[in-house]
Design a protein around this ligand. Structure first.
Ligand SMILES: NC(=O)c1ccc[n+]([C@@H]2O[C@H](COP(=O)([O-])OP(=O)(O)OC[C@H]3O[C@@H](n4cnc5c(N)ncnc54)[C@H](O)[C@@H]3O)[C@@H](O)[C@H]2O)c1
Length: 250
């Protein structure tokens, strides 16, 4: 049911964090995995660590020609594309009244537009070749205004990628392409440093709001993604799975 043998997967932002954990699990279940990241050396290092079945490629998800070139290279080399995880993302903490234009634009370019470029280019191939599974990575920040940190550009990008999954699932339902979203809670990765995880007061404030009283580990998100791209989830498309230790439950 969870066997991914023979399938080809691309994980954007796969060099570290949730993307690396996802690549690790996809490999474990038999897929060939392309770790696609803006930091090529880091992606190569991760691919080397993960071993047989993993390879690295550079991509800037905010640049449609770069995303298109990635799809072309992967499909030319392997003859298929079955799984695409739109995981690459950035966040910059800023109050709205202080948010510089370029912070807004960069965040929207990578997190929202980059996810669309990935879905569109992977989806184009999958629609033409009989199917596939795509996962967009949303966030708790799409569903609740986070406190004490603020990052409106990130939050609206993340609700955008969740709704994008619904809209594209509807467009592609007859083509065998499924697209879903996962909305993780606070997860123990480097990106959390960008919103204050090294500040003990901020960490305390987060823990007090999380029903399970803990940060998630990247592998807990990876396992949900593996489920969604596997045949076990054949009936699931256009959904958002909240993997957040209860954060949005009440
Ligand atoms: N960690 C959390 O608490 C959390 C919570 C909710 C959602 N998320 C989301 O999960 C995803 C993964 O986050 P993470 O915590 O693993 O972060 P991370 O910073 O550890 O990893 C992000 C990866 O994306 C890559 N990347 C950044 N910009 C890119 C671009 N333009 N093109 C290609 N690659 C690019 C980075 O080089 C990095 O390897 C992100 O979309 C993030 O918003 C994270």
């Amino acid at each position: 049911m969870f066997d991914l043998s023979g399938r080809v997967a691309v994980v954007t932002g796969g060099a570290r964090g949730i993307g690396k954990a996802t690549s690790t699990r996809l490999l474990e279940f038999g897929a060939t995995v392309v770790i696609a990241d803006s930091r090529l050396e880091a992606a190569q290092q991760t691919a080397g660590e993960l071993g047989a079945g993993a390879s690295a490629r550079q991509v800037d998800v905010a640049d449609s020609s770069s995303v298109r070139a990635l799809v072309e290279a992967v499909t030319a080399e392997t003859g298929r594309l079955d799984i695409w995880v739109n995981n690459a993302g950035i966040v910059e903490d800023a109050l709205a009244l202080d948010m510089a234009d370029d912070v807004w634009q960069r965040t929207i370019d990578v997190d929202l537009t980059g996810t669309f470029f990935g879905a569109r280019e992977a989806g184009r191939y999958m629609v033409q070749h009989g199917g596939g599974a795509i996962v967009n990575i949303s966030s708790i920040a799409a569903y609740r205004a986070t406190r004490p940190e603020h990052h409106v550009a990130y939050d609206v990008a993340k609700i955008g990628v969740a709704h994008m999954a619904k809209v594209l699932a509807s467009e592609w339902a007859q083509s065998g392409v499924r697209i879903n979203a996962v909305a993780p809670g606070y997860t123990n990765t480097d990106i959390l440093k960008d919103v204050g995880s090294s500040n003990p007061e901020i960490m305390q404030a987060w823990l007090a709001q999380i029903p399970q009283g803990r940060l998630l580990e990247p592998d807990e998100i990876a396992k949900v993604i593996v489920f969604l791209v596997s045949d076990a989830a054949s009936s699931i498309t256009g959904q958002v799975i909240h993997a957040d230790a209860g954060f949005t439950a009440w």
